[in-house]
Design a binder for this molecule. Structure first.
Ligand SMILES: [Zn+2]
Length: 390
């Protein structure tokens, strides 16, 4: 009997030690998330980032600290229907600066890797700016420079829409959205300007032609701020094996998106079934004047139990990560959650506070501490440094 108790206490000790060690490792690592849309969500819904938004959003200031996030790239985004995208981008940047000004003890703008390290040492949230969509520069390199001067350190060449100079993954072959296939001369000039000023070229959202044109034009390592693996989930936003190999060859990094629809190949069928079940209700909401996005959101909240079952299993995020590591090595992958820009994160990853579970899962899959640190932030910081202009 004594022996039995001894074994049980040893087991409890081991479980405890394991819990302790993943948290220790997580909170002692520099954790970088390269994509979060909370600014757009706050502007849209009138929320305050520094209030408790639990249950309403995936993120807020307090929960980012609980998550152990050290570096957050805030996405600056508007869709193509916005009549003044450059002005809107500046409004979003103003919003971030207003938050930082209200909380100088816990938030700081970060424009380079030195600032970043200093912010981490001071235990402040290192706030970075990423522009999501080349349409926000309105075909004007001066506007690109202006966004850089305000702190933008990456720009996805496109969002889901085409620009006059780059085609997106969503509409690359869509003749109803005519554009030059891939990058035209001005598009290549944009990439070169970004290289010159030290702004990371982000190839999430771009079409394959744009991807190859950009990676051949860029003289610096590129970023893919929030995308997954096409071989595991063949959707337009994910990267094919040849693209993953090209990013590794270029010394860039792929930051994994948490959206169930990009992780789980069975997700589209589940989503279609959900829509069919609630079609009548959605139609009446839209007839009453709700935009489609908000009609969907309303239904997702109302039928939360159904939605929960649609979410991808957590292990799939790790499967995508393992796939990239097996294909090209551990130096080319990281995390770009897309929290507050997605409706369906995987199960268990309910909000940002679940970030430490990723570190735990990486340990359980046998990754060494030093490799986990690369995945959590080291790889992104390497790419940031490589883009800096001395
Ligand atoms: Zn996006």
């Amino acid at each position: 009997m004594k022996k039995f108790y001894l074994i049980i206490s040893c087991l409890i000790f081991l479980i405890d030690a394991n819990a302790q060690s993943y948290k220790t490792l997580h909170f002692n690592s520099i954790v970088c998330d390269t994509h979060n849309d909370i600014i757009s969500t706050c502007l849209e819904k009138g929320y305050r980032f520094d209030s408790n938004l639990t249950g309403k959003t995936h993120s807020d200031l307090k929960r980012m600290f609980q998550a152990g996030i050290d570096v957050q790239v805030f996405s600056i985004w508007c869709d193509e229907t916005q009549p003044q995208p450059f002005a809107f981008a500046n409004r979003e940047i103003d919003t971030l600066y207003a938050w930082i000004n209200r909380h100088p003890d816990s938030m700081v703008i970060v424009k380079n890797s030195n600032d970043l390290i200093q912010a981490v040492q001071q235990h402040k949230l290192a706030c970075m700016i990423g522009v999501e969509g080349g349409h926000m520069i309105e075909d004007d390199v001066n506007k690109l420079s202006s966004l850089y001067a305000r702190g933008a350190r990456y720009m996805t060449l496109t969002w889901n829409n085409n620009t006059s100079w780059a085609t997106s993954a969503k509409h690359e072959t869509d003749t109803s959205h005519p554009a030059h296939l891939g990058l035209n001369d001005f598009g290549k000039q944009v990439v070169k300007s970004m290289n010159r000023m030290g702004m990371l070229v982000d190839l999430s959202h771009v079409g394959e032609h744009t991807f190859w044109d950009a990676i051949h034009t860029s003289t610096k390592p590129i970023l893919v701020s929030h995308s997954d693996v096409y071989a595991l989930c063949p959707v337009f936003r994910n990267l094919k094996d040849e693209q993953i190999k090209a990013v590794a060859k270029n010394g860039g990094v792929i930051q994994l998106n948490f959206y169930s629809g990009f992780l789980d190949s069975t997700f589209p069928a589940k989503e279609t079934a959900f829509e069919a079940r609630h079609k009548a209700e959605k139609d009446s909401l839209m007839q009453a004047g709700k935009q489609e996005f908000f009609a969907d959101n309303y239904l997702f909240l109302k039928y939360a139990d159904e939605v929960k079952n649609m979410r991808a299993p957590f292990h799939l995020l790790l499967d995508h990560l393992d796939y990239i590591v097996k294909l090209v090595g551990v130096d080319y992958v990281g995390l770009g959650s897309d929290f507050d820009g997605i409706t369906f994160p995987p199960q268990q990853l309910d909000d940002v506070t679940a970030f430490p579970l990723i570190t735990k899962a990486l340990m359980e899959r046998g990754y060494k501490d030093e490799d986990i640190k690369k995945i959590l932030g080291g790889n992104f910081i390497r790419v940031l440094k490589a883009n800096e202009v001395k």
